[in-house]
Design a protein around this ligand. Structure first.
Ligand SMILES: [Zn+2]
Length: 139
């Protein structure tokens, strides 16, 4: 089935992320001054304001920080997937990423456990875009 939901724009500041995603790699912006990773990609480090940034290949592992079951959307093709679970993931390397969580049952939120181990996976949206989603692998 063709991907029919909004596709993020790509630019110079996030090119390494999208190039990595095409190869199934989670690339994260990393600051050479303070040695922290951050999400989302920016031109300067949000922690120390240095512009000395590079990219690291992350493990693709994280833990579930929090989640919410989405039941209503005003418009758009995500509405076809309702209900679904949105979540924030604590990345193993640091900082936090928002996602639509895979591998959970939105009708049983009591079974979704904060702190569960999650792994990234990529869904092809078009020839140039593979979008990361996170899946619970161990609760
Ligand atoms: Zn920094």
């Amino acid at each position: 089935m063709a991907y029919d939901k909004p596709i993020p724009r790509q630019g110079q500041h996030n090119k390494p992320f999208w190039e990595g995603a095409k190869q199934g790699k989670l690339m994260l912006p990393h600051c050479k001054e303070c040695n922290k990773v951050h999400w989302y990609p920016r031109l300067i480090c949000p922690f120390c304001h240095s512009d000395q940034l590079d990219w690291i290949e992350a493990s693709g592992e994280g833990t579930l920080y929090t989640f919410a079951v989405q039941h209503r959307l005003a418009a758009g093709n995500w509405a076809k997937e309702l209900p679904f679970v949105t979540a924030f993931i604590d990345l193993k390397e640091g900082d936090r990423m928002q996602t639509v969580l895979r591998g959970v049952d939105p009708s049983k939120p009591e079974e979704i456990k904060i702190g569960s181990k999650v792994k990234v996976e990529f869904e092809q949206a078009n020839d140039d875009t593979f979008i990361p989603f996170w899946r619970v692998v161990e609760s």
